[in-house]
Design a protein around this ligand. Structure first.
Ligand code: KG4
Ligand code: ZN
Length: 341
């Protein structure tokens, strides 16, 4: 089975992106994502609306992925789909569709852990991708996740630390909301931050375990800070937006870097791979580049389309599992929460 030519169709529906992708022997042929705009007006993902949008999007998205890959559904060797973690209603749409398609085509079904997929996205063969060597440290940072993992092999992973409350992307987005910026606010904070002074205002970094994270206290600190300053000067936010954003970003980025340094110190591993939507942040990218020069780290950031929620990463894990003959029964059910393995 090892050298067989295989096509994997990946399907992702864990949150608010409906995605499908085709991989041929690890090489990306198509990667289609329908991002649900409906949530913008609510300032966050509304689970009920997400499930409905997945139902509307999933058939056209899969069609488009097959068309762009220039293959017929009969060419697909297996269907890989996200079993969890994620929003239950959203997961159920992807699972039900994947099961029916696998059954109809008479091909294997492969369940994929979304968090493992974010990490294994580094192994997708595409221009601009650099594959990390085992063992490495993975930092997954997005609107839904904040996790540090020691990766010894494709399916030998150990969580070293994770968030105790909000995800880092939420910290960006909630801070942006306090400042009156649109949702999702992470990219806006990043933009303004690049024109501001990162040490204009000081926010205390939350204290939890060496490799764990907490962001809810930071959000509250920013809220009180803005409320107090606005009482003194109603135009405080407008007049100081760049400096406020730069200070928030600096606090979050140096907090992430502190945790990575702790992970490197504890494990002795200096190869770092990051993923998730927040990997787009210019501050974290710059900090990682500096750490390469200063501490001799080797860092990897996937192409942006493989950082945010996507189905190429699901297909990648699907291919690795396919080669191991690791298939799923049609009776398996979605899991809102799930550990690795
Ligand atoms: O991975 P992703 O697309 O979706 C999930 O959360 O699953 O990540 C989206 C998150 C949002 O919170 C968004 O604000 C954040 O990534 N984000 C950024 C930047 N670009 C996206 N945060 C900070 N700086 C950015 N440049
Ligand atoms: Zn994700």
């Amino acid at each position: 089975m090892k050298n067989e030519s295989i096509y994997i169709l990946g399907i992702e529906s864990s949150c608010d992106d409906t995605a499908a992708a085709v991989l041929h022997n690890g090489k990306i042929l198509s990667n289609v994502v329908a991002t649900q705009k409906i949530h913008e007006e609510y300032g966050g993902v509304v689970p009920e609306l997400a499930s409905r949008a997945h139902q509307q999007n999933i058939v056209p998205v899969v069609h488009q992925a097959l068309r762009q890959a220039n293959i017929d559904k009969k060419d697909v060797n297996a269907i890989a789909f996200t079993i969890g973690p994620g929003l239950m209603g959203s997961l159920l749409v992807g699972a039900s569709f994947s099961k029916s398609l696998a059954l109809g085509l008479g091909i294997p079904l492969i369940e994929v852990n979304h968090m493992q997929a974010h990490i294994l996205a580094h192994f997708i063969e595409a221009e601009g991708q650099s594959k990390p060597n085992f063992p490495f440290i993975a930092l997954t940072i997005s609107g839904g996740h904040t996790q540090i993992v020691q990766v010894n092999d494709y399916f030998d992973m150990k969580i070293l630390g994770e968030t105790k409350d909000d995800a880092v992307g939420e910290a960006f987005d909630k801070s942006a909301k306090i400042l009156g910026l649109p949702y999702p606010g992470g990219p806006f904070i990043d933009n303004y931050a690049q024109m501001g002074n990162p040490i204009a205002y000081l926010f205390t970094k939350p204290k939890v375990g060496a490799m764990d994270f907490s962001f809810s206290g930071l959000k509250t600190a920013i809220l009180y800070f803005v409320q107090n300053q606005t009482k003194l000067n109603p135009n405080f936010v407008e007049e100081n937006l760049n400096d406020i954003c730069a200070s928030i970003q600096h606090t979050i980025v140096s907090y992430l870097m502190d945790k990575l340094k702790n992970a490197v110190k504890q494990t002795g591993i200096k190869e770092i791979a990051i993923g998730g939507g927040v990997s787009a942040n210019s501050g974290i990218r710059k900090a990682l580049q500096e750490a390469e020069e200063k501490y001799g780290w080797k860092t990897h950031i996937p192409r942006f389309e493989f950082c945010t929620d996507n189905a190429a990463m699901i297909a990648m894990v699907g291919e690795l599992k396919y080669r191991n003959g690791d298939f799923s029964a049609l009776t398996i059910s979605s899991k809102a929460r799930m550990p690795f393995g």
